[in-house]
Design a protein. Structure first.
Ligand code: AMP
Length: 192
C-alpha cells in the first residue's frame, strides 16, 4: 500500500496533478473538497453545514472533517487497498495527527507528501481564472484572499510537520503541467 498526500495552497495544482497520479500509479483519489461539494449538490445535512464554511473560505471543523474522511476510507476499503492520494486533507496539524492514527489502525502510513510550492500572486491569478469557468462559490476574489490567509495560518505549518517526519518532497509548482509532473514522478519513485 502506497499513500501519498498532495499538499499545497488553493490553486497550486493539486487536482490537476492528482489526475496524472491516478493515471500513472492506479491509486484511489480522495479529494475532501469534492466529497463536500458532492454533499452540497445532493442537499444533505452535511452539505448544508459544509456550504456555510466553504462559501466563507473557512475550514470545516477538524472533528467533523476527520469523521468524514474515516467514513470515506471505511466505505471504500476494497478500492483503497493499493493506496490513496489524499488531496485537500490534511489541512491542519490535528488532521495530520488523526490521519497518522487512522492509517496505522489500517496497518498503513503516509509514504510521501508532495508539496506543490507556488507564489501567492500566481495562485490568485489561477484561482480568479478558474472562477470564471468553475462556477465554484469560493472562487471569487474576496473568498480567494480569505482561503489564502487560512492556508498560511492553519495549513502551511504542516510543511514543517512533514519535514520533521522525513516525508516532505518540495516541488516547484510553477511551469508546465508536464514538467511539474516529471518532478513529482521522481519524488514518488524514489520512495516506492
Ligand atoms: P478544495 O476543493 O480542496 O479547495 O476545498 C474547498 C473547501 O472545502 C475548502 O476551502 C474548505 O472550506 C473545505 N475543505 C476541504 N478539505 C478540507 C479539510 N481537509 N479540512 C477543512 N475544510 C476542508
Amino acid at each position: 500500500m502506497f499513500n501519498l498526500v498532495i499538499f499545497g495552497a488553493p490553486g497550486s495544482g493539486k487536482g490537476t496533478q492528482s489526475e496524472r497520479l491516478i493515471a500513472n500509479y492506479g491509486l484511489y483519489h480522495i479529494s475532501t473538497g469534492d466529497v463536500l461539494r458532492d454533499h452540497i449538490k445532493r442537499g444533505t445535512e452535511l452539505g448544508k453545514i459544509a456550504d456555510s464554511y466553504i462559501s466563507d473560505g473557512k475550514l470545516i471543523p477538524d472533528e467533523l472533517m476527520i469523521n468524514i474522511l474515516a467514513d470515506v476510507l471505511d466505505k471504500n476499503a476494497d478500492a483503497t487497498r493499493n493506496g490513496v492520494i489524499f488531496d485537500g486533507f490534511p489541512r491542519t496539524i490535528e488532521q495530520a495527527k488523526a490521519l497518522k492514527v487512522m492509517l496505522a489502525e489500517r496497518g498503513s502510513q503516509v509514504n510521501v507528501v508532495i508539496g506543490l510550492e507556488v507564489p501567492d500572486e500566481e495562485l490568485i491569478d489561477r484561482l480568479v481564472k478558474r472562477g470564471k469557468e468553475s462556477g465554484r462559490s469560493d472562487d471569487n476574489l474576496e473568498t480567494i484572499t480569505k482561503r489564502l490567509e487560512v492556508y498560511h495560518s492553519q495549513t502551511s505549518p504542516l510543511r514543517d510537520f512533514y519535514v520533521a517526519e522525513g516525508l516532505y518532497a518540495a516541488i516547484h509548482g510553477s511551469g508546465s503541467i508536464d514538467d511539474i509532473f516529471a518532478d513529482i514522478r521522481k519524488a514518488v519513485d524514489a520512495r516506492k
